[in-house]
Every structure is written in structure tokens, then in C-alpha cells.
Design a binder for this molecule. Structure first.
Ligand code: ZN
Length: 149
């Protein structure tokens, strides 16, 4: 298990140092901002929607390794997904990091499983879920900002 944990940490650090899809999206049809005042994390998520399909997604932001790598990984899994699929992934991810009653098998989450250890650090849960809350706000067309507080 400790080897797995080490691998997960390496993936998180890699996405923190070299974030994927880190840019303002040209042609974005929706965007939202998220803030986690507890940690100082900031995220802007850009979506290019084609009907219900996420044709493209990107983000900009600053903050801790967990929040920024969570945003980076999120963009890599959501590109090409439908609004419904993105919503379902949000629910599963949220269950995993909060360690909810309906414990999710991390393997169901593919590469997002690297954040399964977050549930042991309650203060980090908001960091990991901030990009997802922000993405959902953008998806719902709530242009504006969300806060974890
Ligand atoms: Zn944070």
C-alpha cells in the first residue's frame, strides 16, 4: 500500500509542477471562479460546451499542490464527457474525498484515485473538491464565483 501511496503522491506533484490545460480557453462558452479562503486556493474553470458535450476544458489558478493538481487531473478526464457524465464523476469524486457512507471504489475513478488519501486530511478535502465545485458552477451556467465557505 505504501508503494501505491508514493506513486499517488508523485502523480499529484507532477500535475502540480506541470499542470495540464492550464490556460485561458479561447472560445470558452462558460466559466466560473472558485475560492477556498481556508487555504488560499483560487481556480477559474473554462468550458467550451457543444450542446451537452464538454468539447474543451481548461483552468487557471493558484494555490496548494492538492487544489492545482486536482484541477489539472479534472480537466484531463472531463474533456469529451457529457454534462451528465461530468455530474456523475463529481458525485463519485466527492464521495471518495469525503469518505462518505457510500464509499466508492477508487478504481472506479481511474486516475482520479490518486486523491483517495485526501479523506484522511479533512482540511484538504476542500482543496481537492474546489475545482469540481467550480466546474459544476460553470456547467450549470452560474457565471460568477463559488466559495467553499
Ligand atoms: Zn489548498
Amino acid at each position: 500500500m505504501s508503494d501505491l501511496r508514493e506513486l499517488y503522491q508523485q502523480v499529484i506533484l507532477d500535475h502540480y509542477k506541470r499542470p495540464r490545460n492550464f490556460k485561458k480557453l479561447d472560445g470558452a462558452t462558460r466559466q466560473a471562479e472558485g475560492n477556498n479562503p481556508l487555504c488560499g486556493d483560487q481556480i477559474t474553470v473554462y468550458l467550451h460546451m457543444d450542446g451537452d458535450l464538454i468539447r474543451d476544458i481548461s483552468f487557471e489558478g493558484a494555490g496548494c499542490a492538492i487544489s492545482q493538481s486536482a484541477a489539472s487531473l479534472m480537466t484531463t478526464v472531463l474533456k469529451g464527457k457529457t454534462k451528465a457524465e461530468a455530474g456523475a464523476l463529481f458525485e463519485k469524486f466527492h464521495e471518495m474525498v469525503t469518505g462518505g457512507e457510500n464509499a466508492v471504489d477508487p478504481m472506479e475513478l481511474g486516475k482520479l484515485a490518486v486523491f483517495c488519501g485526501v479523506k484522511e486530511f479533512p482540511v484538504r478535502v476542500k482543496c481537492a473538491s474546489l475545482p469540481w465545485h467550480t466546474m459544476r458552477a460553470a456547467l450549470e451556467g452560474q457565471n460568477g464565483s463559488v466559495s467553499t465557505e
